[in-house]
Design a protein around this ligand. Structure first.
Ligand code: SF4
Length: 290
């Protein structure tokens, strides 16, 4: 398979054939993110993408899942995405779902009819990096959309029939009162957006990013492990989406949590409380990465 640069995918896509349809992230400005800093965003040539699909067919035979890379395949023209989805479902008889990261701006730029057409063509799941429900924090991290726009992007994807999976970032507000505010604002947005899945990652400083430079300059103080756990606890307590598949099992998290809300909430809170009391180990700092 042919890939350009480092490739990222959600943890749950470990079985998927990774097809790179765009290079990098169309936004590429979030202050905490180091993923595509070495790539300039572009859409790959359709001939190359179709050639990759034919190569994957020969190499893998058949596949059941495909994840479209890099950071925001939804930024592609809808017609091109439909061509790719048609080629994938034509090449792999057992293909069950195609999934992708979705940038909020790209979701907003598509009409409901375009998103519905993509869903009908087999784009089954969109991963949306919500990060926070706080308007001020979205501006501070240069997410490129405000809270109202982020909410609208998520609702559009859900209403198009996509299996919406949102990611939020514990610790993004730094220490003190903003940490709890961030958790509550995030829970409030998720409750309105109503995704089926939520992954809570935990901020880890990544060298080369603007936020990392803020830490070095004393302008931003990351939360302690205890504060990160308390923030996760507050988020978990205030989520009202029913049902909601909740995961906090990323290499950035201090404690691994996984369950369905609302029924598994007490057990997950008990795990956090055990970690807060020092009765269960937490991931040590050198092993954490975003
Ligand atoms: S967090 Fe997502 S949208 Fe922001 S720069 Fe990174 S890949 Fe792009």
């Amino acid at each position: 398979m042919r890939y350009e640069g480092d490739i990222y995918r959600p943890p749950g896509e470990w079985k998927s054939y990774l097809l790179q349809v765009t290079i990098g992230c169309s936004h590429n400005a979030c202050t905490f993110c180091s993923m595509y800093k070495d790539k300039r965003f572009r859409v790959r040539a359709m001939a190359d993408i179709l050639e990759d699909i034919a190569m994957a067919r020969r190499y893998y035979g058949d596949v059941r899942r495909v994840f479209l890379c890099d950071g925001d395949a939804l930024a592609m023209p809808t017609g091109d995405l439909l061509t790719i989805l048609g080629a994938l479902y034509g090449a792999f008889p057992s293909l069950e779902k195609v999934t992708t990261y979705a940038g909020p701006r790209s979701a907003l730029d598509k009409t409901p009819e375009e998103l519905t057409a993509l869903r009908r063509a087999g784009l089954a799941r969109a991963y949306l990096g919500v990060e926070t429900g706080s308007d001020a924090l979205l501006a501070a991290i240069h997410k490129g959309v405000d809270a109202r726009e982020m909410l609208r992007a998520g609702v559009k994807l859900r209403e198009a029939g996509m299996d919406l999976w949102v990611m939020v970032l514990i610790g993004l507000a730094g220490r003190g009162e903003p940490s709890l505010r961030h958790a509550l604002d995030t829970a409030a947005m998720v409750n309105e957006m109503r995704p089926r899945h939520l992954s809570a990652l935990t901020y880890a400083p990544m060298p080369g990013t603007p936020l990392y430079r803020d830490i070095q300059a004393g302008r931003f103080t990351p939360v302690t492990p205890r504060e990160a756990l308390e923030e996760t606890r507050a988020l978990l307590e205030h989520l009202e989406v029913d049902p909601l598949h909740f995961t906090s099992d990323h290499p950035s998290n201090y404690v691994t949590l996984k369950g369905s809300l609302p029924q598994d909430r007490p057990a997950m809170l008990a795990q956090i409380d055990a970690a807060l009391r020092g009765e269960r180990p937490i991931r040590i700092e050198p092993l954490r990465t975003l």
